[in-house]
Ligand binder design. Structure first.
Ligand code: NAP
Length: 278
């Protein structure tokens, strides 16, 4: 490895399922960079030591995935997004300081902007299913677009209440039984639960209602979830989880390697082919 070769990695436990190496190594090859993006499987008890030695290991930064996102936040200097969401998924060095951000926020917004242009124009009411880490990023993103009412529907109601405490009055915890009424007036429905994912229960929601509803699913295995398929059958506009995954990767690459890559149709096809094997 020459001195000017740069490296970044995805740190997870396990790390084998991550599609981030496919994305970043595609961009590295496309731009002919002297760089490499690797997988690092790090158990929770070794995470703090690994982070402390990140630079000594030759890394300009890293992505962080399950179960390390909260620990990454605590071990770094977070930006406003990571602090607000309470989880970090991207680390980089600013001088000697290890900084962190949460790129799920912009990944979610930019994917919606690309997939359903104008989705937030006059949007007053959105329904978010789930109250975990991904839902926190989605709620923060919707607040940035000034959505007035964000209904959070979660199996464990107390977690939805916690989101209201974190983000304030626009967040309105609600029950599954209220969904039909909420969807009748909502402009956006977001699945930020793991329902609909391979190996998980299906998400069955009655999407009858205004044809202006936009449906976003964060799940990307399978690519066409039951929710997205039902929405498309009704002629609703949709945004899928793969688009969010691709868009959230852009900022990390820019921070580590110094240029802003594009989410191209060719890159998406590469990922689709990989997901088809899953
Ligand atoms: P998490 O923190 O573990 O939260 C999981 C959420 O799913 C919780 O709200 C949980 O409800 C709910 N849930 C799980 N099983 C359920 C069930 N059987 N019935 C009802 N609700 C159930 O996970 P996360 O990090 O937020 O991730 C959520 C999903 O988003 C995952 O599928 C993940 O892959 C996806 N994601 C995608 C992207 C992307 O770029 N596309 C980025 C981040 C996350 P309780 O609170 O009641 O347990």
């Amino acid at each position: 490895m020459t001195d000017d070769r740069r490296a970044a990695c995805i740190i997870g436990w396990p790390a084998g399922h991550s599609r981030s190496p496919l994305i970043h190594n595609y961009w590295i090859a496309q731009h002919k960079l002297n760089a490499e993006y690797r997988r690092e499987a790090v158990p929770p008890e070794q995470f703090a030591d690994f982070i402390a030695s990140l630079r000594a290991r030759g890394y300009a930064g890293a992505n962080v995935t399950v179960p390390h996102k909260e620990a990454a936040l605590a071990l770094s200097a977070p930006d406003e997004r990571a602090a607000a969401v309470g989880a970090a998924n991207t680390l980089w060095f600013e001088g000697e300081r290890l900084r962190s951000t949460n790129t799920d926020v912009e990944g979610f917004l930019e994917n919606l902007d690309a997939s359903a242009p104008g989705w937030d124009r006059g949007l007053q009411s959105a329904v978010v299913l789930g109250a975990g880490g991904a839902a926190r990023a989605v709620v923060f993103a919707l607040l940035q677009r000034q959505v007035e009412r964000i209904y959070v529907v979660n199996r464990t109601r107390a977690r939805a209440e916690t989101l209201r405490q974190r983000f304030g009055a626009p967040v309105l915890p609600a029950g599954w039984d209220e969904l039909p009424g909420l969807l009748a007036e909502a402009g956006l429905l977001v699945n930020a639960t793991s329902l609909g994912m391979v190996g998980q229960a299906e998400l069955n929601i009655d999407l009858r209602g205004p044809a202006t509803l936009v449906v976003a699913d964060l799940v990307y295995v399978p690519l066409a979830t039951g929710l997205l398929t039902a929405a498309r059958q009704r002629g609703l506009r949709t945004a899928d989880g793969l688009g969010m995954l691709l868009h959230q990767a852009v900022r990390g690459f820019e921070l580590w390697f110094g240029l802003r890559p594009q989410v191209t149709a060719e890159l998406r096809q590469l990922l689709e082919a990989d997901l088809a094997k899953a």
